[in-house]
Design a protein around this ligand. Structure first.
Ligand SMILES: Nc1ncnc2c1ncn2[C@@H]1O[C@H](COP(=O)(O)OP(=O)(O)OP(=O)(O)O)[C@@H](O)[C@H]1O
Length: 294
């Protein structure tokens, strides 16, 4: 997208500046109340061909908060997450209706460049997917293809690895293959690779589901730390994880269409995480979070 097509906000700076970015992190108030809105998701429907996978979703994502998307398998959490940075564009037949407003501008509007959307709104996947390259080259990859000179890339790599809490473990072996790292280290490397592009938002699709409890705890700590600087939306199967790390929770479920015998994901309830897990408004949420369903 051209610079004029999305509003300039937060750290939407040239990625080469990230290495020099030592500005203090944003204020993260108690549960982030009063934080500016980053996403305003209005009446969003996502289709795969004729199949309506997620229906009529409305919620907002506030800056420097962690928003968790939870719900039973197949309720469309990943589908909805991918709609926030146009990753669904890469799936043949996928289509989004409604509005995904990012700082007031629809990411699906004509003239918006999906590559720039994905730079500002980065994504970390369920399974760590480092490139078969060195640790350094994994993190430097994005800045390099965006034309950042090598000298500046070094500062970006160091800064990103520090922010991803991996620097101390890898600083003496940056030229070694990323594939030799443990699963948890590889996932932190993928987080470093994402933040090397200076996004404002980091989307995480079950980032701990392939990790052991110790590596999971490490990533959870990292998420809370990163939320001081980035806005995070996470899909998780792990309700305890949502309760531990997130400020807001969106609970999704499915509705059965008896005519077509298909299931469509719906957003049942969106609220402060504490409320979702203690005094939810909807019985379906209560049944899910208390383990009576799902
Ligand atoms: N590429 C695709 N093509 C067609 N249907 C898809 C595609 N991806 C997902 N779906 C369908 O869309 C629905 C929602 O899937 P999605 O993966 O978003 O759910 P989810 O809540 O993230 O599930 P899980 O927790 O199991 O990962 C499911 O019925 C799924 O089969």
């Amino acid at each position: 997208m051209s610079d004029s097509s999305l509003p300039a906000v937060g750290r939407t700076v040239d990625p080469r500046r990230i290495g020099a970015n030592t500005e203090p992190v944003s204020q993260r108030g108690p549960n982030g109340h009063g934080a500016p809105t980053v996403f305003d998701i209005k009446d969003v429907n996502v289709f795969y061909g004729a199949y309506n996978a997620v229906k009529d979703v409305n919620f907002t994502v506030a800056k420097n908060e962690i928003t968790a998307l939870i719900g039973p398998s197949g309720c469309g959490k990943s589908t909805l997450l991918r709609s926030l940075n146009r990753m669904n564009d890469l799936i043949p037949g996928a289509r989004v209706e409604g509005t995904v407003a990012y700082h007031g501008k629809d990411v699906y509007a004509a003239g918006v460049d999906p590559v720039e959307v994905r730079r500002r709104i980065g994504m970390v996947f369920q399974k760590a997917n480092p490139f078969p390259k060195s640790i350094f080259d994994n993190v430097a990859y994005g800045p390099r293809i965006h034309g950042v000179p090598r000298a500046e890339r070094e500062a970006i790599v160091e800064d990103s690895l520090k922010k991803a809490a991996l620097w101390d473990e890898v600083k003496d072996k940056l030229k070694q293959s990323a594939l030799a790292l443990s699963g948890g280290q590889q996932q932190r490397l993928c987080i470093a690779r994402t933040i090397a592009l200076a996004p404002e938002v980091v989307l995480m699709d079950e980032p701990c589901s392939a990790l052991d409890p110790i590596a999971t705890a490490r990533i959870e700590e990292l998420m809370v730390d990163l939320a001081r600087q980035f806005t995070i939306v996470i899909v998780t199967h792990n309700m305890q994880q949502a309760a531990r790390v997130s400020d807001k929770t969106a609970f999704f479920s499915t509705e059965v269409n008896e005519l077509s015998d298909t299931r469509t994901g719906v957003l049942v309830e969106f609220d402060d995480t504490q409320r979702i897990f203690t005094t939810p408004a909807d019985e379906r949420t209560e049944n899910y979070v208390t383990g009576r369903f799902g």
